[in-house]
Design a protein around this ligand. Structure first.
Ligand code: ZN
Length: 521
């Protein structure tokens, strides 16, 4: 009798213990606005993106909850469950104590690292909970791999021109399988190969006049990857093609095999961030033929990857999350041609105009430059110049903000003082506040108007507008029941949601665990 009771208790306990996913796959397609898959739906297969939509838990309204929608900030939010105000990665580039830094700069080591990330990531929580958990991260961009991997991954690897799969000495030395991978799957193997349009019907226009040029080539298909592998153009071109996506997934699959990810009941984490979608989106626009062709190729690569996960790990043992680090708008000249109020603001021109405005403020006497740095949206001003001009700094900021809002293409301008004083956490000012840290942001936040962008890149993102904040979010595999999440949510909810599935305790985050349906056993 006692034995029977014991067995009954064991049966009750064992399923919950073995129920945790053995492998979490965090998959990000950089610059994939939530509606982009719909745009190519007729050409998608059944086993890739559509399988996730069919069999997964699908969030219908997932939007970033902050204003500066860029790659570094988005990856840090996905990985930590926090908004930039908390995780510290407020932009791709920012200034700390007067020193301009790139988000993955390491002021001590001098090599790319997550030093500037102020919060632990999912991988860090996993490692703290079970040191045997393995954490690996792969991307084309260093910031994609680094922020996903967190502070103590087993490896974070990205596409290093002239090397292949590389990393930095912040991380443990790369295992020998990476050397072998670089030998057997060197990007140089695709030198001279042509990227052909093959999926999307050719009666759709291939190009608009404002698209950028493929490195060493043109604005329309076919795009030939330069054959000189020593040239920068070769590496830029490679990263723009489906061949680079194939290469990244091959690296991830090799890692699963070599590192035995998901092989036991101790959960592991595999992060994959595809940057090609962002690079193609910037150069050709996300409504281009190139972007559509790329997504369909991504779909086939994803289908094969899911198939491999099913065979190697088992569908019930892994959970895969698909999302993006930000959305994007269309090329503004294209929007304008379609009748919208749209355009671009050249940052050098705007800086020059600010200096002229400042000269007028102090009666056209000689003066120091007012603008120290301008990494949109943040403008860092020279306080000494204000003092010399005899204008109180706060007054100067307020006046400049008022003047900026009258300039063509400028939409939202807030001074640091306004951001810190604002009490509402809703609307645009709330979004800006959640992107703001006084120690890392400038004196003024300057966002363009809707459909306007800063700079010369054909298409851009980085604003608080819905088209830049709106991304897909899907959970797939494990014991998840196909369903939809109808409530508004954000990628900051990913970590708390996964933490619940993993039975993992985590620190304070901005996101909340989403209600996801579990299949009854
Ligand atoms: Zn981008």
């Amino acid at each position: 009798m006692r034995i029977r009771v014991f067995i009954a208790l064991a049966l009750m306990v064992v399923p919950t213990l073995s129920a945790r996913p053995r492998l979490v796959v965090l998959l990000c397609y950089d610059q994939l606005r939530a509606d982009r898959l719909d745009a190519v739906r007729p050409w998608l297969g059944t086993q890739g993106f559509l399988r996730l939509l069919r069999e997964g838990v699908v969030a219908e309204r997932c939007m970033y909850n902050y204003a500066t929608t860029v790659t570094a900030a988005g990856h840090a939010t996905i990985a930590t469950g926090c908004n930039p105000a908390r995780h510290g990665i407020v932009d791709n580039d920012f200034v700390i104590n007067g020193r301009p830094l790139y988000a993955t700069d390491d002021t001590l080591l001098g090599v790319p690292s997550p030093q500037l990330l102020l919060k632990p990531t999912l991988g860090d929580y996993l490692k703290a909970n079970s040191p045997q958990s393995k954490v690996w991260s792969f991307s084309h961009k260093d910031r994609g791999a680094i922020f996903f991997g967190g502070h103590k991954p087993d490896g974070a690897c990205w596409l290093v021109p002239h090397v292949g799969l590389g990393s930095s000495r912040y991380y443990p030395p790369l295992p020998t399988w990476v050397t072998k991978f670089n030998r057997e799957h060197a990007p140089a193997r695709v030198a001279g190969i042509v990227w052909q349009a093959q999926y999307v019907p050719s009666d759709l226009p291939d190009t608009v006049e404002w698209e950028g040029r493929f490195p060493g080539g043109s604005t329309y298909f076919p795009h030939r990857i330069p054959s000189d592998t020593a040239s920068e153009d070769f590496w830029r071109a490679f990263a723009l093609t489906p061949m680079a996506v194939e290469w990244l997934f091959r690296a991830a699959r090799t890692c699963i095999e070599q590192e035995q990810l998901g092989a036991d009941s101790i959960p592991d984490l595999l992060c994959i961030s595809v940057s090609t979608t962002d690079l193609v989106g910037h150069l050709f626009g996300h409504d281009s033929r190139e972007y559509a062709e790329l997504l369909v190729a991504c779909d086939q690569i994803l289908a094969a990857f899911l198939d491999e996960l099913d065979r190697r790990i088992g569908r019930e043992h892994y959970v895969l999350v698909l999302t993006s680090d930000h959305g994007a708008g269309s090329i503004p000249e294209l929007m304008r041609a379609q009748g919208h109020d749209a355009g671009r603001i050249h940052t050098d021109t705007l800086r020059a105009r600010i200096e002229r405005w400042f000269a007028v403020q102090r009666g056209n006497t000689p003066h120091q430059r007012l603008v120290r740095y301008f990494y949109p949206p943040w403008l860092w001003l020279n306080r000494t110049a204000a003092t010399v001009a005899g204008i109180p700094f706060d007054t100067l900021c307020t006046r400049l903000a008022q003047w900026l809002t009258t300039q063509e293409g400028i939409g939202i301008v807030m001074t640091a003082g306004q951001i810190q004083q604002q009490t509402r956490d809703t609307g645009i000012s709330g979004l800006v506040a959640r992107s703001y840290r006084p120690d890392r942001c400038g004196d003024l936040a300057v966002y363009p108007r809707e459909h306007w962008i800063f700079g010369t890149t054909p298409a851009q993102h980085g604003t608080p507008y819905a088209y830049d904040r709106w991304v897909p979010l899907e959970f797939f595999g494990w014991q998840l029941k196909p369903s939809t999440i109808a409530v508004p949510c954000s990628p900051a909810d990913i970590v708390p949601t996964l933490a619940r599935m993993l039975d993992l305790s985590i620190g304070e985050v901005d996101g909340t665990a989403l209600q996801v349906g579990i299949l009854s056993r």
